[in-house]
Design a protein. Sequence first.
Length: 136
Amino acid sequence: MSRVHARRALAFAPSLRPRSRNVSLPTEFRLRESDIMDVIMGPLLWLIVTVIDLYTWVVIAGVILSWLTAFSIINTQNRIVYLIGDVVHRLTEPALRPIRRFLPDLGGIDLSPVVLLLGMIFLKQIVIRLAYQIGG
């Protein structure tokens, strides 16, 4: 519907006209500033916890996949295995690389996934406690 048709329709139908914007709601229906923050922060904190949980599983999958590859249980010549390994490596390596630089060399043992998982559990607990503080 064009603007001209919309104006003509509003001229003949006063009930369709937009109401004044100066109308205020009764106080029991108004949202307080803290209610608005709860509406925004609750789902945001839930999303952060969910992303941490999913990334935890990706790190665990990367550890298991590296063990299976190291012991020649799975063959990386298989295209699907290679793609899965590549995706997991690309997702976990940016977080593991700085931890590997910080940790001492222990030979063939890589403790960086353990440190990363502990850090993610710590971060998740902070976010959960923050959500409880906001929730009341």
